[in-house]
Ligand binder design. Structure first.
Ligand code: HEM
Length: 190
C-alpha cells in the first residue's frame, strides 16, 4: 500500500520538477535570446532593410548592399594606390586618369553584387564573368597579367583595410575573409 501512494507522489514531483526546469530555461532564453536560425552574413552586414542611397539621390538601397559597396569602393581606392598589385588594373587606372569612371562604376557594381550574393543576399544576381574568366587575361582583357598567390595575399590585405575604413566588426571581416579565401585557387592562375 505504501508503495502505491509513493508512486503517484513521485510522478507529481517529477512533473513539477520538469515544469520548473522548463520555466527557468525559458526565462534564461528570454534574457539571452539565441540568434535567429537562418541569419546570413548579409543580414549581419545590414540585410534587406531599405535605406537612402547616399550616392544616388532619391534612390533606396538595401543596408547590407550599401555596407558591402562602401567596403568595395574603399578597397578599389586602396588597391589603386598599392604598387604590389595595381599593375593588374592598368586599364581601369588609365580610364580613371582620363576622367572616365565607367569602368570603375561597372567594377564597383559587379564586385558588390558578387560579394552580396556570396554573403547570402537574395535580391541581387551576379551576371558578370565567372571568377576564372574574370581573372584570365585571355577572357578578360581588363586583367593585366595573371594573379599570383602573393597578389592574392595583397588583395586580401587591401580588402581588410577597406573593411576597417568602414568600421566593419572584426568577426564579420573574418567571415568575409573565409569566403574570399575559398576562391584563391580559382583566381590565382599562375
Ligand atoms: C576572391 C578574390 C576576388 C574576387 C571575389 C574578385 C572579383 C572580381 C569581379 C567580380 C570582377 C568583375 C568581373 C566582371 O567584370 O565581370 C573582377 C575583376 C577584376 N579583378 Fe578580381 N577578384 C578577386 C581577386 C583579384 C585579385 C587577387 C586580383 C589581382 C591582384 C584581381 C584583379 C582583377 C582585375 C584586374 C579585374 C578587372 C578590373 C576592371 O574591370 O578593370 N582580382 N574581380
Amino acid at each position: 500500500m505504501k508503495k502505491l501512494t509513493f508512486l503517484p507522489l513521485a510522478l507529481i514531483f517529477a512533473v513539477m520538477s520538469f515544469l520548473l526546469i522548463t520555466e527557468s530555461c525559458s526565462k534564461k532564453s528570454a534574457n539571452n535570446p539565441t540568434p535567429v536560425v537562418g541569419t546570413t552574413l548579409y543580414d549581419s552586414l545590414g540585410g534587406t532593410a531599405q535605406v537612402m542611397d547616399p550616392t544616388h539621390s532619391g534612390a533606396m538601397i538595401e543596408k547590407g548592399r550599401l555596407a558591402i559597396r562602401n567596403v568595395i569602393d574603399s578597397t578599389i581606392f586602396v588597391i589603386a594606390a598599392d604598387s604590389r598589385i595595381n599593375g593588374h588594373f592598368t586599364v581601369l587606372l588609365s580610364e580613371v586618369g582620363k576622367g572616365d569612371l565607367s569602368g570603375f562604376t561597372d567594377l564597383s557594381e559587379n564586385l558588390t553584387t558578387f560579394v552580396s550574393g556570396a554573403t547570402g543576399a537574395k535580391d541581387y544576381i551576379y551576371i558578370g564573368l565567372s571568377m576564372k574568366d574574370a581573372h584570365d587575361p585571355a577572357t578578360n582583357p581588363r586583367m593585366n597579367g595573371k594573379a599570383s598567390n602573393a597578389d592574392f595575399d595583397a588583395f586580401v590585405s587591401d580588402l581588410v583595410t577597406g573593411a576597417n575604413k568602414n568600421k566593419v566588426p572584426a568577426n564579420l571581416i573574418n567571415s568575409i575573409g573565409k569566403i574570399v579565401e575559398s576562391l584563391r585557387t580559382t583566381v590565382v592562375q599562375q
